[in-house]
Design a protein around this ligand. Structure first.
Ligand code: ADP
Ligand code: MG
Length: 241
């Protein structure tokens, strides 16, 4: 993907959450976004995935500028997959139905095709034995893998992950990172907000350090993590590494 974020601004009431944020990448498969909590990472991801409209500025993907008109956003959201921190499955539906329902209702699949796609993806993430269980009967790691399987089953052009492991203990974190590695093997672009810096270093081609509504550093992960130029990034990486 190519991506350019140009002077993005977004306010929630009085508080300015994205502050004329700009950055640019080209030929990147996996973009990782890191930085301190409250800096605007989730907000940026919601703009990029078509869930929030910025007050000012532009987003340009490989194909051109993103349209933030309601009608265009609805179409755009069908082409991207999103996996959030936690609690994004329907609690009253089985793992299988969590995957088939959006395929049928939003993506126009026949029930038969939806079932086939769901089973393929459940199998791929070692979840077939859990197909009939509701989220409450699954572990945190299994739930996140169902969420990833659901996002993959729609065959999105782009996948967004927002701290998919931050609610998990280390063992389950490992399972979910393995699932993301598996996703990365495919020819699919990912944008990943994460606090797993070692993982970001391993899987990302490009890393953005976001602080207080601005992108302060961009570059290859090794470079930004090992030789941060700004004091803010130095402090952040010192504290967490
Ligand atoms: P991060 O993901 O980096 O932790 P967020 O994008 O979630 O940061 O939040 C950035 C800032 O915006 C925070 O100060 C947060 O409290 C605020 N914020 C986020 N969402 C909302 C909202 N829906 N309404 C009001 N303030 C919000
Ligand atoms: Mg966040």
């Amino acid at each position: 993907m190519k991506l350019k974020v140009d002077q993005l601004s977004l306010r929630f009431g009085e508080s300015e959450v994205l502050r004329r944020m700009s950055a640019e990448i080209s030929e990147t498969r996996v973009l990782a976004v890191v930085g301190p909590s409250g800096g605007g990472k989730s907000t940026l991801l919601r703009v990029l995935s078509g869930l929030l409209r910025p007050d000012e500025g532009q987003v340009l993907w490989s194909g051109g500028p993103m349209s933030f008109r309601e009608k265009d956003l609805l179409a755009y959201r069908r082409r991207v997959g999103t996996v959030f921190q936690a609690f994004n499955l329907f609690p009253h539906l089985s793992a299988l139905a969590n995957i088939t329902l959006p395929l049928v209702k939003v993506h126009g699949c026949s029930p038969e095709e939806a079932r086939q796609r769901a089973e393929t993806h459940l199998n791929r993430f070692q979840l077939l034995a859990h197909a009939g269980k509701k989220p409450g009967a699954l572990s945190g790691g299994q739930r996140q893998r169902v969420a990833i399987a659901r996002a993959m089953a729609i065959q999105p052009e782009l996948l967004f992950f927002d701290e998919p492991t931050s609610a998990l203990d280390p063992e389950m974190t490992y399972e979910v990172l393995e699932a993301i590695r598996e996703v990365r093997e495919e020819d699919r672009d990912l944008v990943l907000v994460t606090h797993e810096i070692g993982f970001a270093r391993e899987v990302a081609d490009e890393l953005w350090f976001l602080h207080d509504g601005k992108i302060l550093e961009t570059g290859p992960p090794q470079q930004v993590i090992d030789q941060p130029r700004t004091e803010e990034a130095q402090r952040f990486f010192e504290r967490i590494l």
